[in-house]
Ligand binder design. Structure first.
Ligand SMILES: Cc1ncc(C[n+]2csc(CCOP(=O)(O)OP(=O)(O)O)c2C)c(N)n1
Ligand code: SF4
Ligand SMILES: [Mg+2]
Length: 351
C-alpha cells in the first residue's frame, strides 16, 4: 500500500503561522517508506520550510518522477498541486507547467536514479534553461525502489550490501548543475536539518533554477560499511563551506554579525541570506572556484555541503523567452483571439 491518509485532528495548542495554518496543514499522507529512510527527513524539512515561510499551500506545485524519493510528495504538502510523472521526466513536465503558469512555486523532487541515469538529459536542460524551480535530488547512491542497484552517483570503489565494488565513475550532480548554469546550487544531508531547512528556504526564495543535492541514506540497501552514502560515512566526511540563515522580507530585518566572517546576500523578494563562512576562502559567487573546491575535496574523500554557488542576479526561462506575464489560464478571450486585423498585421511581419 502506498497511501495512508492522516487523521485530520489538530492539537489545539499548535501554533499557526501568519496565514493561520499550522505545521500539520503542510503535511501529507502517512509515509510508507522504510523506517529511518533519509527521504522522510527531507519531507519533514520541506514541511518545516514552507510552514515557516508562510507559503500558501495552494500556490505550490510539487512534481516528481519514479522512485522511493519520487513517492515522497505524497507525504508532504497535501493541499498543494501534485504530479507524479514518468521515470526521469519530472523536469520536462515541470517546465511545461511553469510555462503555462509562472505564478506557482515549483518544487521538483527526484532521486539519483531518476535524475542521474534515465533523466540526466532532462536534468541538464532544466538547469541550462533556468527553469524557476527548486529541484531536490534525494541522493542515496542506489535505486532504492528496485532493490538497491548502484546508481550513477555511487562513488567508484563504494561497496554494495553484498560487498561488490562499484567500478564506474560517479556523476556529481552539483558540479554539473554549476557548470550547466543553475543560479543556486547547494548540497546537504538529510540528517542535518539545521543546514537543510534554511537551504530549502533560500532556494524557494530564489527566482531561478535552484538545485539541491541532498545525501539521503537508504537504510535498507545502502547504509553499511563501505558505502559512501551511509549515515556514518557522511557524518564523518562532511565538510561544510558555510552556515546559512534566511531572513524573509516579511520579518523585521535585524542582523548582527562579525565583520569579515559573514556575507549578507539580498535576493529579489527581499529575503536576506546570511552566510557564515566556515571555509575561510570559499566564495559562493564564483562558478570556477566552486568547481575547483568541489574537485579538490572530492579527491580527499570529503563531501562538501552548504550553499555552493549563488548568482544574485539570476535570469530565468520566462525572461529568455519573453513570455506573457499572465498565466495562460487567466488570459481572456480578447487576449487569446485578438481579431483578424491583429493577425493580418502579425502575418505581414513574417512575409
Ligand atoms: C522507464 C522506466 N525504467 C525503469 C523503471 C524502474 N525503476 C523504478 S524506480 C527506479 C530507480 C529509482 O531510483 P532513484 O531515482 O534513485 O530513487 P530511490 O528509490 O533510490 O529514492 C527504476 C530503475 C521505471 N519505473 N520506468
Ligand atoms: S528502500 Fe531505501 S530509499 Fe526506499 S524507502 Fe527503503 S530506505 Fe528509503
Ligand atoms: Mg536513489
Amino acid at each position: 500500500m502506498s497511501f495512508l491518509p492522516k487523521p485530520k485532528l489538530h492539537h489545539p495548542g499548535l501554533l499557526p503561522n501568519a496565514l493561520g495554518y499550522t505545521r500539520r496543514d503542510y503535511e501529507g499522507a502517512i509515509s510508507t517508506l522504510c523506517a529511518g529512510c533519509g527521504h522522510d527527513s527531507i519531507s519533514a524539512a520541506i514541511v518545516h520550510a514552507c510552514f515557516q515561510m508562510d507559503l500558501p499551500p495552494h500556490r505550490i506545485a510539487k512534481l516528481s518522477g519514479i522512485g522511493c524519493s519520487s513517492k515522497t510528495p505524497t507525504y508532504f504538502l497535501g493541499s498543494s498541486h501534485g504530479f507524479n510523472s514518468v521515470h526521469g521526466r519530472m523536469p520536462s513536465v515541470l517546465t511545461g507547467a511553469n510555462l503555462a503558469n509562472r505564478d506557482l512555486i515549483y518544487l521538483g523532487v527526484s532521486g539519483d536514479g531518476d535524475s542521474a541515469s534515465i533523466g540526466l538529459g532532462q536534468f541538464a536542460h532544466s538547469m541550462r534553461r533556468g527553469v524557476n524551480m527548486v529541484y531536490i535530488v534525494e541522493n542515496n547512491g542506489v535505486y532504492g525502489l528496485t532493490k538497491g542497484q548502484f546508481s550513477a552517483t555511487a562513488d567508484k570503489g563504494a561497496k554494495s550490501k553484498r560487498g561488490v565494488a562499484n567500478n564506474d565513475e560517479a556523476i556529481d550532480l552539483v558540479s554539473m548543475a554549476i557548470q550547466l548554469g543553475a543560479s543556486f546550487v547547494g548540497r546537504s544531508f538529510s540528517g542535518d536539518k539545521a543546514q537543510l531547512i534554511p537551504l530549502i528556504q533560500a532556494a524557494l526564495a530564489h527566482p531561478g533554477a535552484a538545485f539541491i543535492d541532498c545525501i539521503s541514506p537508504c537504510v535498507t540497501f545502502n547504509n553499511h560499511q563501505g558505502s559512501t552514502k551511509s549515515f556514518d560515512y557522511v557524518r564523518e566526511h562532511n565538510e561544510a563551506v558555510n552556515m546559512l540563515d534566511v531572513i524573509t522580507g516579511r520579518d523585521e530585518i535585524t542582523v548582527d554579525y562579525a565583520p569579515g566572517a559573514v556575507e549578507i546576500v539580498e535576493q529579489h523578494d527581499g529575503s536576506l541570506l546570511r552566510l557564515r563562512k566556515l571555509a575561510g576562502d570559499y566564495d559562493v559567487s564564483s562558478r570556477a572556484e566552486a568547481l575547483n573546491f568541489l574537485q579538490h575535496h572530492h579527491a580527499k574523500g570529503e563531501i562538501v555541503t552548504g550553499l555552493l554557488y549563488l548568482d544574485p542576479e539570476p535570469e530565468e526561462m520566462h525572461s529568455h523567452l519573453k513570455t506573457a506575464a499572465t498565466p495562460l489560464n487567466a488570459l481572456d478571450e480578447t487576449d487569446l483571439c485578438p481579431g483578424s486585423a491583429a493577425l493580418e498585421a502579425l502575418n505581414a511581419t513574417l512575409r
